[in-house]
Design a protein around this ligand. Structure first.
Ligand code: MN
Length: 432
């Protein structure tokens, strides 16, 4: 096997060059004020019956491109160090070849050094010398005067065991109380919000593959077809399109199920005359697509469905026109809400429709389907958000949502999923 085939595990459909991750670490380091940072990758605790492949922690992947389980990244003022578990040839018979500590891995993965996570001893000058453990090295680095350690502190439920971060910091503080501790999360989140050209290319591909899922779903939807069958057709199209898998569990909800926002059981049946909401996302090169379309099960909208659908589409269009640098998701939601509230279309009680738009306008998108970023962040070029207004009338068994992925550009935005139509005629056309 070629050595490049071992790179980091190779679960992603496409990996970017190590220099790109190195550049991100350089940017992060600039924000650390001379401090050091430590970050943990995910462990691999899948059992024999578990589904899916190992998935690296998003922040760790963003900064390293390394998909190996149980890795640790340490950034110091002048040095990027990756810690990896030592290679185990017996285990690799099961898991395939993996990078381990050493110069080869450092060169291939773009780090100054790749060190072993286990303490050991080496023979040097005919004497045995102990090689310090990861904790020992951290201890030594943090003894330096005015040392600051940046790391992430995920919130922990009171009953759960403390994550590695909390345990290590407590242990180090026990012996060397002098160093300062700072939370890294906001710094990394800000970096992740603005996508570089490589990320945009991967996201464009993820969106494009997601449109293939919709085209297949549209053809499969008919009265009597199970939501699960649609779910399967979508997955098949994603894999055929080159995706490594799902960005999130597919939502296929017909009739009343369409009014449940995160319905993901997909066990119902598409009923005569119902609308079915299909909210799906392919994952490509670790990046997420996230697109929703609403289809009439019979292949044609009723007049009532059409008037509600066109209202959601109008909100979607008005939001799309407004996405540009400076606006916030909160501003955009007000636009969509205004369309529903000002419309002459009413619910079954004769009331205005604004109250039936029960969620936010959208969210940031990237390595995670819900990428870091909130409703009050002003848009900047390179940010990617979803635009997904919806109406949910439970007593009519009607849920409608239309969602596209938009890249914020210098003066406006680009709809990354613009090739998948939204108008009534085209939706009906896709189904025939
Ligand atoms: Mn979404």
């Amino acid at each position: 096997m070629a050595q490049s085939d071992m790179r980091g595990g190779n679960y992603a459909a496409e990996l970017q060059a190590p220099e790109i991750y190195r550049e991100r670490r350089r940017k992060l380091r600039e924000a650390l004020d001379g401090g050091m940072a430590v970050l943990w990758g995910n462990g691999d605790d899948r059992g024999a019956g578990d589904v899916g492949t190992f998935r690296q922690d998003s922040v760790f992947f963003y900064l390293t491109g390394v998909e190996l389980p149980n890795a640790i990244l340490v950034l110091r003022a002048d040095e990027d160090t990756l810690f990896l578990p030592p290679r185990d040839i017996d285990i690799e018979r099961w898991t395939g070849p993996k990078w381990g500590p050493g110069d080869d891995a450092a060169e291939a993965l773009g780090f100054d050094q790749v060190m072993s996570l286990s303490a050991s001893s080496i023979v040097l000058d005919a004497r045995i010398r102990p090689v310090p453990s990861f904790e020992g090295r951290m201890q030594a680095w943090l003894c330096e005067p005015e040392a600051v350690l940046w790391t992430e502190f995920p919130t922990v439920p009171s009953s759960a065991e403390l994550p590695a971060t909390h345990r290590l910091v407590a242990q180090l503080k026990d012996r060397t109380p002098s160093f300062g501790v700072r939370d890294l999360s906001d710094v990394v989140s800000e970096l992740r919000q603005v996508k570089d050209a490589g990320e945009v290319a991967l996201m464009r591909r993820a969106a494009e593959i997601t449109t293939l899922g919709h085209r297949s779903a549209a053809k499969a939807i008919k009265p009597g077809v199970g939501e699960g069958a649609i779910d399967g057709v979508v997955y098949s199209a994603f894999r055929e399109g080159g995706a490594e898998g799902l960005a999130f569990p597919s939502i296929v909800g017909s009739g009343f199920n369409a009014t449940t926002l995160h319905y993901d059981q997909n066990v119902g049946v598409c009923g005569e005359g119902e609308l079915v909401v299909v909210d799906i996302g392919a994952r490509y090169g670790y990046y997420c697509g996230d697109l929703t379309r609403t289809y009439p099960v019979n292949g044609a909208f009723t007049e009532r469905q059409k008037s509600l659908y066109n209202l959601v589409l109008d909100a979607h269009h008005k939001v799309q026109e407004a996405i540009r640098p400076g606006v916030t998701l909160f501003d955009l939601r007000k636009i969509a809400y205004g369309v529903f509230q000002d419309s002459r279309v009413r619910d079954s009680k004769g009331e205005r429709l604004g109250q039936h738009f029960i969620h936010g306008l959208g969210h940031f998108l990237g390595l995670d389907a819900h990428d870091p970023g909130g409703d009050s962040i002003p848009m900047a070029p390179g940010m990617v958000i979803t635009n997904e207004p919806g109406l949910y009338l439970q007593d009519e068994g009607v849920g409608i949502r239309i969602e596209d992925d938009h890249l914020v550009t210098a003066y406006g935005n680009e709809n990354l999923s613009g090739s998948l139509p939204t108008d009534v005629d085209s939706i009906e056309g896709m189904m025939s």
